[in-house]
Design a protein around this ligand. Structure first.
Ligand code: GCV
Length: 677
């Protein structure tokens, strides 16, 4: 039963700090599931005892309505060796308890502070499918769905589902409880269970008997303060309701959704709502009926409203059947073009979930201009923890530096006034309870949850970043390492830190150059294929020719994407000399001989980055090997094995990208390093 990794909440370590401590819980009634959970955590996770006598308690928890403004906020104080945790609600003090565990393990000496979440909605989207596979999953089978005997998860890029019969729930409640614990410990308060591409039997998850299975999972999450959501197929009225169409303005369609929602809340009273991918990559949507996305979303929002439910409507809408010959259409503009005109038209329990970049979770993208454009719409920024384009949890890639950069992207561009992404999504929303951060999860049935143990840090980091937007990526990493590798010596700690803190920029170095993106093997998205998408329908091109490379998105000569930003930012991005170097080919088509701010030409920078990237991975391998004796065997072998594959990957990227551009340009490396002719 207990054969899986406990990540940053290793009970043995926690117990060694808290064993036999006495906890007093000051609460008038404790019938809610979270209050019971607090007691269970105190006893089973921490090995503490509950006492009725406050005078002898080591940890005193007080739940009192009205203590703080936010119902999720807590305070912790250490006074004369006793810890005091206060909050309005049971979930607030559960967060406080997890926070105490974290602080004690990382050895923080001064504990006296108040903490409230910076974002109210802190959500994980699972892309789990009812046959037990996980779209873009790199950590084994789904922890929610699939047969208990089958742990296959082949990410084959075609995503057809296998029929496993009607009995689709894995029912591994121990595993689900641990997942809920890990998520709650980092402040996650919402989860959607199934893939946004809602296929086959998944369409019926909103109906009985499947709702019973969803309810059992939801009950576990509820006890950790996490609301359960489902991704729906927007065309359900037609597909499973026997209706002629799914037109959002039809009374029959509205009645269908009313009934669905009523039944869901009968079974799951604290159900969170629906996540919707509509008119995107083949998923159905309101466009088929000549309706807008606001019509489509508001229709769902109405019945949910009286229950406090939300509609999370994704803006990942673009023409996925583009003709590569068409140089006018720019996928980067698509979310903006589809959603900016609808600002102010969405109901106040609808949030638009917007990918941070305008394309698709590449190693380097600018913040999408849609964020600053929407002024009267609830907004959620979307990240992808599962490392689809970031090395698929084979290559080490601690993504927090990139994500935090996006949160701190200034959307105005003035010296004396800033409007950062993390602030504007809240300020420009209609209701701050319906705005926040979401990310696609990265766990599966693998014994260490994430395939590569080091990829746990991205899940941990996402939660910490949602709660506290001011933390930097190194602080989060340090916290994670101290909790996850609490027994290793300081040399090992610093080697792990060094590898992980540089891994995001290392990966970007040997990946598609200078922000151009998408030179990956089509559909799988791991491994290099310079022209894999160049003559395809997905709108992701690099336009390399014998003179230069990159996408001209300027207003003067290109697609005009730059004009969607604020005037000052647009002006900067219009000029390659004032465009950040890591995004230069995202915005500009430059000749190979263009000299960049670094003093190197474009071609030389491509060569340098790819040689450097490979060399850095080589160093990771050596450094990792040097800590073999200080680290547990399972982790050592797991990461070694991944690093071996990463080195091969970096080699292929280096040699294929450098060779390709050498052959295109005919310009040799100025250091005479080996490039294949
Ligand atoms: C769930 C990318 C991925 C798809 C994913 C899609 C999305 O295109 O490759 O697998 O589909 O994003 O975010 O909806």
């Amino acid at each position: 039963m207990d054969s899986f990794d406990k990540a940053w909440l290793e009970p043995e370590i926690i117990k060694s700090h808290f064993k036999d401590k006495l906890i007093f819980i000051n609460q008038s009634s404790f019938n809610d599931p979270i209050s019971l959970r607090i007691r269970k955590e105190a006893i089973s996770l921490m090995n503490c005892c509950i006492t009725e006598d406050v005078s002898i308690a080591d940890i005193i928890i007080t739940i009192e309505t009205g203590t703080f403004k936010s119902n999720e906020a807590y305070s912790i104080k250490n006074i004369n060796g006793k810890y005091y945790i206060n909050g309005n609600t049971s979930i607030a003090v559960l967060y406080g308890l997890y926070s105490l565990i974290r602080l004690v393990i990382i050895g923080q000496s001064k504990i006296d502070f108040y903490s409230e979440p910076d974002q109210n909605l802190r959500m994980i989207n699972q892309w789990d499918q009812v046959d037990g596979t996980v779209e873009r999953g790199y950590s084994g089978a789904s922890i929610f769905f699939g047969k208990s005997t089958q742990l296959k998860n082949i990410d084959n890029g075609s995503f057809s589902l296998t029929n496993i019969g009607e009995d689709i729930f894995r029912k591994d409640y121990d595993r689900i409880t641990w997942y809920a614990r890990l998520l709650s410990s980092i402040g996650i308060n919402a989860i959607s269970l199934n893939n946004v591409n809602v296929r086959g039997l998944a369409t019926k998850l909103i109906t009985q008997p499947y709702l019973d299975g969803v309810a059992e999972i939801a009950e576990i999450f509820t006890s950790f303060g996490i609301k359960t959501y489902l991704a729906i197929n927007w065309e359900s009225p037609k597909r499973i309701g026997g209706l002629k169409n799914s037109d959002p303005l039809s009374n029959d369609v509205q009645n269908f959704w009313n009934d669905i929602v009523t039944n869901i809340y009968k079974r799951i009273p604290d159900f969170g709502g629906f996540v919707v991918k509509a008119d995107s990559e083949g998923e159905p949507g309101p466009y088929a009926y000549g309706r807008t996305h606001a019509d489509g979303a508001n229709m769902l929002a109405k019945p949910l409203k009286s229950y406090g439910g939300k509609v999370i409507w994704r803006t990942f809408v673009y023409n996925s059947k583009q003709d590569w010959r068409d140089r006018k259409t720019d996928r980067a503009k698509s979310a903006y073009e589809n959603f900016a005109p609808l600002d102010g038209e969405f109901d106040d329990n609808v949030a638009l979930q917007i990918k941070f970049g305008p394309i698709d979770f590449q190693t380097a993208e600018p913040l999408t201009p849609l964020f600053s454009k929407l002024q009267h719409t609830n907004q959620i920024i979307e990240f992808e923890i599962t490392a689809e384009y970031l090395g698929q949890q084979i290559d080490i890639n601690y993504a927090l530096p990139q994500w935090i950069k996006m949160l701190n992207w200034d959307t105005i561009g003035q010296d004396n006034k800033k409007d950062l992404a993390k602030t504007i999504i809240k300020n420009n929303s209609l209701d701050d309870q319906v705005t926040g951060f979401a990310a696609v999860g990265n766990v599966g049935m693998d014994s260490n949850w994430t395939g590569n143990k080091l990829a746990q840090a991205n899940l941990y980091g996402f939660g910490r970043m949602c709660w506290n937007n001011e933390l930097n990526s190194d602080e989060i990493l340090n916290e994670w390492i101290k909790q996850t590798f609490s027994k290793v010596n300081s040399k090992t700690t610093s080697i792990i830190f060094e590898i992980m803190s540089t891994s995001n920029s290392t990966f970007a170095k040997y990946n598609a150059p200078l922000g151009v993106g998408f030179m990956v093997i089509p559909h799988y998205h791991y491994g290099v294929s310079v022209n894999g998408y160049e003559y395809d329908r997905w709108g992701t091109y690099h336009f390399a020719d014998r003179n230069g490379v990159g996408v001209d998105r300027t207003t003067a000569t290109g697609t005009g994407f730059t004009s969607l930003y604020s005037e000052i930012i647009a002006k900067k991005l219009e000029n390659y000399q004032t465009t950040p170097e890591n995004l230069i080919l995202f915005f500009h088509h430059l000749s190979y001989t263009t000299i960049l701010a670094s003093g190197h030409t474009v071609i030389q920078t491509i060569y340098n980055n790819h040689f450097d990237g490979y060399d850095l991975v080589n160093k990771y391998v050596q450094n990792w090997n040097s800590i073999e004796n200080d680290i547990d065997h399972t982790t050592f072998e797991n990461v070694s094995n991944r690093l071996t594959q990463q080195l091969e990957n970096a080699l292929e990227w280096k040699d294929q990208v450098n060779t390709y551009f050498y052959r295109m340009s005919g310009i040799p490396d100025d250091q005479g390093r080996l490039i294949y002719k």
